[in-house]
Design a protein around this ligand. Sequence first.
Ligand code: ATP
Length: 361
Amino acid sequence: MSHQTQHLPIYTDAESDTIIEAEDLSALFDLDRGESRVLNEVDMSIERGEILGVVGESGSGKSMFASALLDAVPEPGITTGDITFYPEDGEPVDVLDQSEEELRQMRWEDISMVFQGAMDSWNPTMSIGKHFEETLKAHDVPKGEGMERARELINNVYLDPERILNAYPHELSGGMKQRALIALSLVLEPEVLVMDEPTAALDLLMQRSIIALLSELRDEYNLTMVFITHDLELAAGLANRIAVLYAFEFVEVGTADDIINDGHHPYTRALINSTPNLETPVEHMEPIRGESPDPVNVPTGCSYHSRCPLADEFCETNDPDMMITNEDAESNEVVHASACHYWEQVPEEVPLHIEGVRVDE
Ligand SMILES: Nc1ncnc2c1ncn2[C@@H]1O[C@H](COP(=O)(O)OP(=O)(O)OP(=O)(O)O)[C@@H](O)[C@H]1O
């Protein structure tokens, strides 16, 4: 067994092209009952052009991670650590050092976000077209040029531009509103699109079609995407890499294929075993036992120890760092890492019961 420990390496070798780098990133709330650390010193590097899926149970800190990336953790939360954005052209930007005005600009022009429940964020008194116009105006983009791009984008999300631009939000279905919102989020040509559960309120068919659409948009506009979801299967169908959050920290990061088929963290495998899957009989599904931790009172040692079938006394007192489980032989790039003391034993000790999770690579 290896006890080689180290911080999650910034996920790349020297030649890779990082677009966002988060180091020691935390989000904190000072509650009456104590300090609530809803994101706990996470490191993550996001590569230009990739789709990074971030998965975890409800309350694991997924939305906090998405918000923290753009210094948008809700008041009175405090964000600490470092986030660097490397634009395609221009100097690196220290995100947590930006003024409110600089952040406001960045939030649409460089890194655009579609938040959870955002489908309902359309102003009911304004046509969809007016939303596009206002966004363009707020960022000093000439209307003619901007609306031309809006039409192209609406077309690319398989909607009819004339009909959509003239419509009011209540005239559109949930799926149409969500597609239109994705088009709006891209109208200022951002380099990164961060989406927090963008398909959660939609039926299965619409979810699948939005996932297919996101893949196409990534290719068409050379986008980098961060896709946040509790649905591992959905992430596996879209993402190149998957990062698993547990108790406000990343516990495993790897290619979608590695995470689904060769997970080296017991939590990842429990998550897969608890995922409803059309091809799996219900009796084979195993809910994850125990409860997810309270951010005011995270267990000592490995935060998963109280739920983990492999945990022993060592795990109760020693917090595991990320350990490299798979490295590219040529580039030495870390392609898979797991924060488990017993990562080598995990595949054998925690079998996967569920087969047929799709990885569309
Ligand atoms: N405004 C807030 N003030 C204090 N704590 C908060 C606030 N918003 C969320 N939290 C807490 O932060 C933790 C992480 O929440 P977060 O919304 O990031 O989880 P999530 O993984 O996105 O969950 P879900 O899938 O249910 O949206 C939770 O324990 C939650 O209770």
